[in-house]
Write a protein that binds this ligand. Structure first.
Ligand code: C5P
Length: 298
């Protein structure tokens, strides 16, 4: 039997870093939204006798990423943590990832794949498990995974795991554009530790704008303090060039998502979003037009 679950990308409408903690993580204050760009996660569980690859209990298949034989992937760690929680032996399993979300992009693709796998395991093995417990398991492998379990629109605090759902965004579209380089998240946090941010995102103001259904107010407050920590070199400058292009094409607000390098623009109008994406695609093939989306966690 095969089970499939969609894993949506996330964007950070606003991201503030409050402080570095003693455990090496940072306390964050963010507004996060899942969007309609999806990986597909397929899970197949085996009776032990049917598993031809006897020495491997967990097989992860992806199109373009391969793992050393002795490497324990985050997906496998999540599955181990899940069966540990329900105190049940872990069956042999094969997990297939069909990726559409660019990796190492600030779009939460890896965390969302893990979250989708955990939702599948819950559906199959523990349908009564509260979502909060699934999120606690998810946090053992990634700070963004608890949000990716529930999706929708949320305020995220702490490492990203203290979540408060807020009312959905007014109708809008996002153009997401990923330049062709990656930034290791820990490195960018280290750079941010050394920078005095000239301005802080008005996250409380954004929450108020969300509650008032004020799309212009939301768009005016899209900010990511990681942008202040980016080195002033050619590849990183592309981030600001993309933001300028998005604004010129009619975006009401723009920001880098997470630790980048993806940038999003918020559009009230689908035709403007499509036109902006067409322009950006000439230089950046990994450009997408998406909408906010929810996850059904029943
Ligand atoms: O939790 P995750 O493994 O995805 O985080 C990757 C890295 O990002 C961490 O090792 C840490 O260096 C940094 N991080 C952080 N504070 C957070 C989340 C992540 O410093 N709240």
């Amino acid at each position: 039997m095969k089970y499939t679950e969609l894993a949506p990308a996330k964007i950070n409408l606003a991201l503030d870093i409050l402080r570095r903690r003693d455990d090496g993580y940072h306390d964050l204050y963010m507004i996060m939204q899942t969007v309609s760009l999806f990986d597909r996660v397929t899970l197949e569980e085996f009776e032990i006798a049917n598993n031809k690859n006897q020495d491997r209990k967990f097989i992860l298949e992806t199109e373009n990423i391969s793992f050393p034989a002795d490497y324990i992937t985050l997906e496998e760690r999540a599955a181990i943590a899940f069966f540990d929680e329900i105190k049940s032996p872990m069956p042999d399993m094969r997990v297939k990832l069909e990726k559409s979300i660019p990796a190492y992009a600030g779009l939460g693709g890896g965390s969302s794949d893990i979250a989708a796998l955990l939702r599948l395991l819950r559906k199959i093995h523990a349908p009564d498990m509260p979502i909060k417990i699934l999120q606690k398991i998810a946090l053992r492998v990634s700070s963004d995974a608890p949000f990716c379990i529930q999706g929708g629109l949320a305020i995220a605090e702490g490492r990203g795991e203290i979540l408060t759902r807020i009312s959905p965004l007014p109708a809008c579209w996002f153009v997401i554009c990923k330049p062709d380089f990656g930034i290791p998240t820990p490195e960018l946090f280290a750079l941010a530790d050394r920078v005095q941010f000239p301005e802080r995102p008005d996250i409380n103001g954004m929450i108020y704008a969300v509650q008032s259904g004020d799309l212009r107010g939301i768009a005016n407050k899209t900010r990511n303090v990681f942008e202040y920590a980016l080195p002033d070199t050619k590849p990183y400058r592309q981030i600001f060039e993309i933001k300028t292009k998005l604004l010129k094409s009619g975006a009401w607000g723009t920001a880098m998502s997470g630790s980048g390098p993806s940038v999003f623009g918020l559009f009230p109008d689908l035709s403007d979003a499509n036109a902006a994406a067409d322009i950006l695609k000439r230089d950046f093939p990994e450009t997408f037009v998406v909408q906010p989306c929810e996850i059904d966690t029943r």
